[in-house]
Design a protein around this ligand. Structure first.
Ligand SMILES: O=C(O)CCC(=O)C(=O)O
Ligand SMILES: [Mn+2]
Length: 200
């Protein structure tokens, strides 16, 4: 394990063992059985390139009316609880006394990416966002508190964990591309990213 700090984001390289990563994949599979992945529409009318679902009291959804947290999956079911092995990571690295209320699960297939954005749909920006990477490597870009300007990029690999908090809580970030097939954790390839968030 190596801990880096890039623009205030704390990056724990290789925090999770292979066994821990496998346990997380199993936990995600359990979530997806109840709350299937879907391809959200952006408010601008373009489908997102990532597929997503959530666990927890709230799930993050996007459609023509905007981005927001909802207490139900688009299929009408409540989101499943956040699995214990995922909560354990929050407890280890977040430094927060609160519990996460959402675990957003993003799946990146071969051509998926995520544009530069801030995570700003939550009610308390003193609470960090904790991000867990599984599967293929993803090129993560870290910018500034305002759009534009210089950026730094780092490859996030399976088992890496990033804490986006403190003064960097509203820093712009995104994923430019993935290295499809770089990991054998997921049988069909691709990258899973889990982000834990306190919503209220
Ligand atoms: O996939 C990642 O590493 C970042 C995901 C992200 O920024 C988000 O879901 O808001
Ligand atoms: Mn984000």
């Amino acid at each position: 394990m190596e801990k880096l700090n890039i623009r205030g984001f704390e990056i724990y390289k290789s925090l999770l063992s292979q066994e821990a990563q496998q346990a997380l994949v199993k936990a995600v599979r359990g979530v997806v059985e109840v709350a299937p992945m879907f391809s959200p529409m952006t408010p601008y009318g373009k489908p997102m390139r990532v597929k997503m679902t959530s666990a927890g009291q709230f799930g993050w959804v996007s459609d023509r009316t905007g981005y927001r947290y909802e207490q139900k999956h688009p299929n009408g079911n409540a989101w499943p609880a956040i699995p214990e092995p995922i909560l354990d990571i929050w407890n280890e690295v977040s430094g927060s006394a609160r519990a996460p209320e959402c675990c957003l699960i993003n799946y990146y297939g071969e051509d998926a990416r995520m544009g530069m954005h801030q995570d700003r749909d939550e009610g308390d920006f003193s609470q960090p966002v904790v991000s867990i990477s599984l599967g293929d490597d993803g090129l993560f870009r870290i910018g500034n508190l305002e759009r534009g300007g210089k950026t730094d990029s780092i490859w996030l690999s399976s088992g890496d964990v990033v804490v986006m908090g403190g003064d960097a809580r509203l820093t712009y970030h995104g994923v430019d591309r993935i290295r499809f097939g770089s990991s054998r954790l997921l049988a069909k390839g691709g990258r899973l990213n889990l982000t834990l968030r306190v919503v209220r």
